[in-house]
Design a protein around this ligand. Structure first.
Ligand SMILES: O=C(O)C(=O)CO
Length: 325
């Protein structure tokens, strides 16, 4: 009788909803997958299942730090997140331990870009205030100049951060007849999609739509503060699909209340999950959605496969598909 094949490696998967294709790939390649069951993920369950694993497939946004690496133990060989942003990871600790870390950028750009265009339109055309009119029986057909919005046509669309996601949005806007696309980043690109690199202050002063697509870093944290909102156009539609921490949220609430800007569309905010009674939720000129950027089967599956391949490559001593550092 053939002896049962021993799994080569144990992989802890931190969330039960990781697409099956990724688990199947890991299993086909000889891994045993240990899948956590709790939703939302329970740190106690994760820590309880970590001892002895060879890799961690981290599929949610809880802090990923020394506590988790310690719980796994010295045999741990690799970790991959299933996200583009890794602001919740203690990168310094990973570097200190020389622990390979992968993530899944690039793949997310199309689904996030689609959703961003949706936020530009829904915030710019006052979907939230319009919905509230109906809910409060205030819809009056006889009024003409009501809930006047900002069109993309003829407008200046500005990007803070112009990597894969920013450029995928600019690509989608080709044909929408924007007057100009401008962006601010640390380094200049070669004007993709006709976009022009400008200083931060010019981005604030000129944008009719200002779209934040950059990661949260020490440099970008709190960049959109009261001073920034004061420099923006009163018709500006502010959209954030980067991270909540890039914005001083109380300053954004004030800017929306005081008419310093016209509207906001947010897929990310602080904290997440946002409490139902947060001031943002009371604003008629703010469209808030619960971090849905990558929530399509296609993108989520591709992210999961990339995370699995990051881990498999590390097991084989190859560079990860998308190393995080
Ligand atoms: O992948 C990420 O980091 C995201 O936040 C997607 O919205």
């Amino acid at each position: 009788m053939a002896s049962p094949t021993r799994s080569l490696h144990k992989v802890l998967v931190s969330h039960p909803h990781v697409p099956k294709v990724a688990l199947e790939l890991l299993q086909q390649r000889g891994c045993e997958t240990i899948v956590c069951e709790s939703v939302p993920p329970s740190r106690a369950e994760i820590i309880g299942k970590l001892p002895g694993v060879d890799a961690i497939f981290w599929a949610h946004y809880q802090p990923l730090n020394g506590e988790i690496l310690d719980a796994a133990g010295k045999q741990l060989k690799a970790v991959s997140t299933m996200s583009s942003g890794i602001d919740y990871v203690d990168i310094a600790e990973f570097k200190r331990r020389q622990m390979p870390l992968g993530h899944t950028p690039g793949i997310v750009k199309n689904s996030v870009a689609d959703l961003t265009v949706g936020l530009m339109i829904s915030a710019g055309r006052h979907f939230q205030a319009g919905r509230q009119e109906i809910e409060n029986s205030l819809w009056r057909t006889e009024r003409i100049n009501r809930l006047m919005g900002q069109e993309v046509r003829g407008s200046v669309v500005g990007f803070f951060g112009f990597g894969g996601i920013g450029q995928a949005i600019a690509k989608r806007l080709q044909g929408w007849e924007a007057a100009k696309i401008i962006y601010h980043t640390r380094s200049t690109h070669e004007n993709p999609y006709g976009a022009i690199h400008v200083p931060f202050e010019q981005l604030l002063r000129e944008s009719d739509f200002l779209v934040v697509t950059c990661p949260l870093t020490a440099e970008t944290r709190g960049k959109f503060n009261a001073d920034a909102f004061k420099q923006m156009k009163s018709n500006c539609v502010f959209v954030n699909v980067g991270r909540g921490g890039i914005v001083v949220q109380s300053a954004l609430v004030d800017a929306l209340k005081n008419g310093e800007i016209a509207a906001a569309g947010l897929d990310v905010m602080t904290p997440e999950p946002l409490p139902a009674d947060d001031p943002l939720m009371k604003l008629p000129n703010c469209v808030v959605i619960p971090h849905l950027g990558t929530q399509t089967m296609q993108t989520t599956s591709e992210m999961a496969l990339t995370a699995a391949n990051n881990i498999l490559n590390a097991f084989e001593g190859k560079p990860m598909v998308c190393p995080a550092y």
